[in-house]
Write a protein that binds this ligand. Structure first.
Ligand SMILES: [Cu+2]
Length: 185
């Protein structure tokens, strides 16, 4: 009896496959040089989902927005087409457009994720819109969400709730308070 063999055969094949996929995805990203290679927070097929966050809600706030980065090391484009969550009565995909100098939110049918590229849902642009929150977004809590992709299918993820004043990057003031009660749908 050889213990070495026992160890190898007791390792789930799916785990080995996942590790290999992760490594090859990283290698592809390093080759393109456009995106840094790091372990993803969540994955859906070959898609890597990172930095999923929502601002903490303030008293009286009825809606909220979620953000994330989607990296696609694969050779086929994909599309984020739907979002589900018990955290709100309705969850939609939105973008922000500027009309006559006024920023307005618009529902979109999906967010394209190019092959060998990425898609960013960030303040001032695409976001996951939570309408009629079923409870407050409490700082440091996790909000379970199901993301649905055209090709990669459904994946369960958690959005981390950041402070209500959190505003990464140098976004304008409109984006900073764009998802309070002020912005109309
Ligand atoms: Cu919105």
């Amino acid at each position: 009896m050889n213990f070495m063999h026992l160890n190898i055969y007791s390792t789930p094949l799916s785990l080995i496959r996942n590790i290999l996929l992760r490594v090859s995805a990283c290698a592809a990203l390093l080759l393109t040089g456009s995106v840094t290679c790091m372990a993803a927070d969540f994955t859906a097929g070959s898609l890597q989902l990172n930095d999923l966050w929502i601002r903490a809600s303030v008293p009286g706030q009825t809606n909220g927005a979620g953000y994330l980065q989607i990296i696609n090391p694969g050779a086929a484009a994909d599309k984020l087409i739907a979002v589900q969550s018990d955290a709100a009565t309705r969850v939609e995909l939105h973008t922000v457009i500027t009309e006559d100098g006024v920023a307005k939110m618009r529902q979109v049918q999906g967010v394209d994720i190019p092959a060998h590229g990425d898609a960013k849902l960030a303040p001032g642009g695409y976001h996951v819109m939570f309408l009629q929150l079923t409870g407050p977004f409490k700082q440091d809590s996790l909000i379970p969400v199901v993301l649905k992709f055209e090709k990669a299918g459904e994946v369960r993820v958690n959005f981390t709730v950041k402070p209500s004043t959190y505003n990464p990057g140098n976004q304008g003031a409109a984006a900073a308070h764009g998802h309070g009660s002020g912005m109309k749908h």
